[in-house]
Design a protein around this ligand. Structure first.
Ligand SMILES: *[C@@H]1O[C@H](CO)[C@@H](O)[C@H](O)[C@H]1NC(C)=O
Ligand SMILES: *[C@@H]1O[C@H](CO)[C@@H](O)[C@H](O)[C@H]1NC(C)=O
Ligand SMILES: *[C@@H]1O[C@H](CO)[C@@H](O)[C@H](O)[C@H]1NC(C)=O
Ligand SMILES: *[C@@H]1O[C@H](CO)[C@@H](O)[C@H](O)[C@H]1NC(C)=O
Ligand SMILES: *[C@@H]1O[C@H](CO)[C@@H](O)[C@H](O)[C@H]1NC(C)=O
Ligand SMILES: *[C@@H]1O[C@H](CO)[C@@H](O)[C@H](O)[C@H]1NC(C)=O
Ligand SMILES: *[C@@H]1O[C@H](CO)[C@@H](O)[C@H](O)[C@H]1NC(C)=O
Length: 378
């Protein structure tokens, strides 16, 4: 579009330029008038070109800003991962030194692959840069408690890239904190008092949280009084209206869907916008309401662009994939019995992918975060 506009201007200019000399009976004033005309047209053309460039740049910038903060996962139903993971945080038994984690739960990944981890049993949030041998303390520097610089069993974090802050679910204190992770001198601020377990944020400033007891996934924005329920929220139970202690969820903005990892119903539920009940998309009960135990406590969840579901099958210590429409899951990593070897996990919690499709798993029972490199995209 931009190129066409510029070409049109050029054509007009050359037409005028070539037509001027062809006049045989030109007087001085005519030449002057033509020159003036020529200059005016030139100036207008330049203004038009500048306007086009400015508008193009503005459009490009807006487009970049509109990129979703919730990552678009470039993996599909055929992608495989190397089965030997590497440890990218913690990993040397549990402990409260900075090179250790103790019962890590939820996490988030920045664009430069820095990890932010809710180190639950250490009552702190830590940051691990790429290849770091130890973490840095981001929140909870005064230990366990409910003061501003304290946390109690934090369960998840989300990076708010637009506001350059880190949002923390301080579960034990039933509150959400905001901290400037680029300027640790600033004190964290409480932005909402609410039960929460895991947390996500979108590029419109909406914060999404799960509430384990009510079984609700809620949405809230600064300035709004109470969070609004977007899925479940009818208390515990095992029918399609209820969840049983849902910890992790995934919001699919492209399709207006919420996927809920319904932990103690051992299933994944999909909620369409405004739906009053969910749809079972993995695990759960059979026709006679017996638990099939395809999955045994579902935790971290991500859904890719082809609607394949990746879910941590915590008590089986493995990560599973359910391709769209299939109730039969496939093992993505681990599944070689519980353990702490490179191809094993113990009670995995949160999961996510980086932009290259490498898989990160909070390996809670081993007090570490594992990275599984993408193998084949197919
Ligand atoms: C996965 O592989 C199958 C068989 O090779 C192919 O038919 C299918 O299109 C692939 N799916 C994707 C999403 O690439
Ligand atoms: C594990 O931690 C102990 C004590 O903190 C330390 O002496 C040892 O070198 C560590 N091992 C590894 C493999 O990092
Ligand atoms: C991290 O370590 C790997 C392997 O040693 C290396 O290839 C990579 O460049 C390092 N990255 C950074 C950011 O230091
Ligand atoms: C981000 O900043 C904008 C503008 O200052 C504000 O309206 C919005 O509520 C902030 N979002 C969060 C999550 O703090
Ligand atoms: C969902 O509900 C809201 C408010 O009640 C309504 O404005 C919206 O159109 C509904 N969306 C769908 C897809 O039904
Ligand atoms: C599922 O349903 C069938 C009856 O259709 C029943 O025989 C079976 O035991 C049930 N339970 C499991 C765990 O498969
Ligand atoms: C589920 O996991 C628990 C805890 O590891 C175990 O006791 C139980 O037997 C498992 N159930 C099934 C059906 O695999």
């Amino acid at each position: 579009m931009t190129k066409t506009d510029k070409n049109t201007d050029n054509v007009q200019l050359s037409d005028i330029a070539s037509s001027s000399p062809s006049e045989t009976t030109t007087t001085k004033s005519q030449v002057q008038r033509d020159t003036r005309k020529y200059i005016i047209i030139c100036v207008i053309a330049i203004i038009v070109i500048i306007a086009v460039v400015v508008i193009t740049v503005a459009v490009l910038l807006t487009k970049q800003k509109a990129k979703p903060i919730i990552p678009i996962v470039e993996v599909n139903g055929n992608t495989t991962w190397k089965q030997h993971g590497i440890t990218v945080a913690g990993g040397n038994k549990s402990g409260n030194e900075l090179n250790k984690l103790n019962g890590p739960r939820g996490f988030d990944l920045d664009d430069d692959l820095t990890l932010y981890i809710a180190d639950e049993m250490n009552h702190r949030v830590v940051r691990w840069k790429v290849n770091a041998s130890q973490g840095e303390l981001i929140a909870g520097k005064d230990g366990k408690g409910n003061k501003r610089n304290q946390l109690e069993t934090p369960t998840d974090v989300a990076i708010d890239k637009q506001n350059h802050s880190l949002i923390i679910c301080d579960a034990g204190n039933s509150r959400i904190l905001k901290v400037n992770h680029h300027n640790l001198v600033q004190e964290p601020t409480v932005i909402l008092n609410t039960d929460c377990f895991s947390i996500m944020i979108d590029n419109n400033g909406y914060i999404y949280i799960s509430e384990t007891l009510s079984g609700g996934i809620k949405r809230w924005k600064e300035g709004q009084s109470d969070p609004e329920v977007i899925a479940g929220g009818n208390g515990p139970g095992n029918d399609l209206y209820h969840h049983m202690f849902p910890m992790y969820f995934f919001v699919d903005h492209n399709n207006d869907l919420v996927y809920v990892s319904d932990a103690y119903n051992h299933r994944v539920m999909k909620w369409l916008k405004n739906a009053t009940k969910g749809i079972v998309v993995a695990g759960g009960y059979n026709n006679t309401n017996d638990l099939v135990y395809l999955l045994n406590v579902t935790t971290g969840i991500v859904v890719d662009n082809s609607n394949n579901i990746y879910v941590a099958d915590r008590d089986n210590s493995r990560i599973m994939r359910f391709t769209e429409g299939s109730q039969v899951g496939k093992i993505v990593v681990s599944g070689k019995s519980v353990g702490s070897m490179v191809n094993q996990l113990k009670d995995p919690e949160d999961i996510l992918f980086d932009r290259e499709g490498n898989l990160y798993v909070v390996d809670c029972g081993n007090h570490r975060v594992q990275k599984f490199f993408i193998d084949k995209r197919h």
